[in-house]
Design a protein around this ligand. Structure first.
Ligand code: FAD
Length: 562
């Protein structure tokens, strides 16, 4: 196959030539660097490459081409080369008006570089990172499993589990040629799907999550019955706690109901985690944390949910679903929230590229002049719509019920009514989403008549509520609306059996059971962000050390770290 292409276009011939020259010197051995100076010539060159089947790795496009905006050129180029990474070339401008902000938020570009690039080494480092990401998506590599299934829920769940567990696999529908062949070769019943066929022929029909995890090297049972710390939940909070606890010498067991990653693991792109200006896939971030915890010696147990908790003297006993128990000196509850999801597959794939769960923060400004949608009729939906209306051309609220009044505070309803660029569509649901790299439309269903309508949309904000995952905890753990109370929020007086039982005050993340801590989204007053869950996880471990030091002060060999 011919060398993959790095494609550069800038109206300014000197910039195009300089960039081409610099890139050629460093990457010329492995990539063909092509440069153009007009949009028309650029599109023709990309079309010729596509027709010849020559892969394009990077398209580096000036944002201010005279014939068309750079993002439009990227969109057209991407239609011809869907695997190419899109890089916007912009003037150095760290103001809020930089075109990069809108392009990145709306998923119109994957990366940016600034001109002039002062240090070649900085340019090379960035381009190397972009190329590494391209290579990851581009090279199919070794497939551990073939999965044969159909378009149903169990097949979707299996594919999602394998993806979240970073297992390389190839999917075939049961009606495809390869799918039929695999079923015939394995003497498999096409009525019993999905099936997983390992590279060595080992086959599992309609696998359970536990079977999937076990067959891919994950552990589903704990070989430890007694430890220093049990962490329930392997989202960002639990994984961070595991990294710190294990690295600081605590014998640590992590129990996770499914596979690691939590909500963050289901987010294709997290744009606001510090240190990743072009965003990071939630799966990559949490996979790395999981591996790090494991390498420090944490016992990671998947497909095992914590079903109960009790105190026995200084031991905290965590009960597992199958009846087994683990005794620990301390426990961190990091079981997060179950957010309600829209359940529209095409929209789930566009999370971070026009589809956002939760309130609009940094994204709001990037919506300037756009048509955006908000789903959710609670106060958070109302506040988000009002905030977005300051920037967007039009905000449409989609509400399943008859009106906003049933679920939203009156003052918000009134404010929405008098905001001219907000409209409310009642009795409306989203039945589908559109767009390959970024959201460009929605299909709405009018529940009154069952009528479907396709509308253009640049962004969708989803705020349909969620529930903290705390039902497994005993009554003695104080909660507000299901969220675990910690530190100064824990009620210390009264006759209630859940009151704090000791003379000392609870430590900051300590629950109403001494030695049991809560971290991340599950905690009352938490910020519901990856970074804050990470911060909570690290802090909770520090507090576990404090607790163990005080608790075992008289024991010469107390297990405490620094
Ligand atoms: C689609 C989406 C996109 C998001 N995008 C962003 C973003 O861009 N930026 C940002 O900062 N935040 C984002 N968030 C929010 C962020 O992901 C969460 O704030 C963060 O994941 C919370 O981490 P956590 O560890 O507290 O809980 P979670 O991530 O919820 O993890 C909890 C874990 O506990 C497990 N669990 C639950 N019950 C039990 C039990 N009984 N026993 C064992 N395990 C159990 C769950 O399976 C889960 O793995 C997003 C959330 C969603 C849903």
């Amino acid at each position: 196959m011919s060398q993959p292409v790095i494609f550069v276009i800038d109206d300014d011939a000197r910039v195009a030539a300089a960039l081409r020259w610099d890139l050629d010197r460093r990457f010329g051995e492995d990539f063909r660097v092509i440069g153009e100076t007009t949009a028309a010539a650029g599109l023709t060159a990309l079309r010729t490459l596509a027709d010849a089947g020559e892969p394009v790795a990077l398209m580096i496009v000036d944002h201010d081409l005279s014939a068309m905006p750079g993002v439009d050129f990227l969109a057209r180029g991407h239609e011809m080369h869907p695997l190419a990474k899109r890089v916007l070339l912009v003037e150095r401008d760290y103001s809020a008006h930089s075109p990069v902000i809108q392009a990145m938020t709306l998923g119109q570009a994957d990366y940016h570089i600034t001109k002039p690039w002062l240090l070649e080494q900085d340019l090379y480092r960035l381009i190397s990172e972009f190329l590494a990401e391209w290579a990851k998506d581009h090279q199919a590599g070794f497939e551990l499993f073939h999965v044969v299934g159909r378009a149903d829920r169990s097949t979707h769940e299996l594919r999602e589990l394998l993806t979240r567990f970073s297992v390389p696999f190839r999917f075939h529908t049961a009606t495809s040629r390869q799918g039929r062949q695999l079923l015939t070769d394995g003497h498999l019943d096409p009525a019993r799907l999905p099936v997983m066929i390992r590279h060595d022929g080992h086959t599992i029909v309609a696998p359970t999550p536990a079977q999937v995890i076990e067959s891919t090297g994950g552990s589903i049972s704990s070989d430890v019955d007694r430890c220093d710390l049990v962490i329930a939940g392997a989202g960002p909070a639990g994984l961070t706690a595991a990294v710190y606890a294990a690295s600081e010498g605590l014998l640590t067991v992590v129990l996770e109901e499914t596979v690691s990653g939590g909500q963050a693991g289901s987010s294709p792109m997290i744009r606001n985690y510090p240190g990743f200006p072009h965003g990071v896939s939630g799966r990559d971030l949490t996979r790395r944390a999981c591996e790090q915890a494991w390498m420090f010696g944490a016992h990671m147990v998947f497909s095992q949910h914590a079903a109960g908790l009790e105190s026995r003297g200084s031991d905290r006993i965590v009960r597992l679903a199958g009846g087994r128990q683990i005794a620990a000196k301390a426990v961190i509850v990091a079981t997060g929230i179950a957010w309600r999801r829209l359940g529209v597959l095409r929209l789930e794939a566009l999370v971070g590229s026009g589809v956002f769960y939760g309130a609009a923060g940094a994204e709001a400004q990037a919506m300037e002049g756009r048509d955006v949608f908000v789903v959710g009729a609670g106060n958070s939906g109302g506040q988000t719509a009002l905030h977005l209306a300051r920037y967007a051309q039009r905000v449409t609220m989609l509400v399943r019920g008859e009106s906003l009044a049933r679920s939203m505070s009156e003052y918000l309803v009134r404010e929405i009514e008098v905001t001219s660029n907000i409209s409310v569509r009642t009795r409306t649901e989203i039945s589908d989403g559109h767009g390959t790299d970024q959201l460009d439309g929605l299909t709405l269903c009018d529940r009154r008549h069952g009528r479907l309508e396709r509308v253009p949309a640049t962004a969708l904000f989803v705020l349909i509520g969620g529930e903290p995952r705390t039902r497994w905890l005993p009554e003695t753990v104080q909660r507000r609306h299901g969220y675990v109370l910690t530190g100064r929020d824990v009620a210390r007086a009264g006759t209630d059996p859940s009151r704090w039982p000791l003379d000392r005050a609870p430590l900051p993340l300590e629950t109403s059971i001494p030695g049991v801590f809560a971290a991340g989204d599950v905690r009352c007053r938490s910020i519901k962000r990856v970074a804050s869950a990470v911060g909570d996880g690290a802090t909770a471990v520090r507090l576990v050390h404090e607790y163990l030091t005080a608790e075992h002060a008289d024991e010469p060999e107390a297990a405490v770290g620094t």
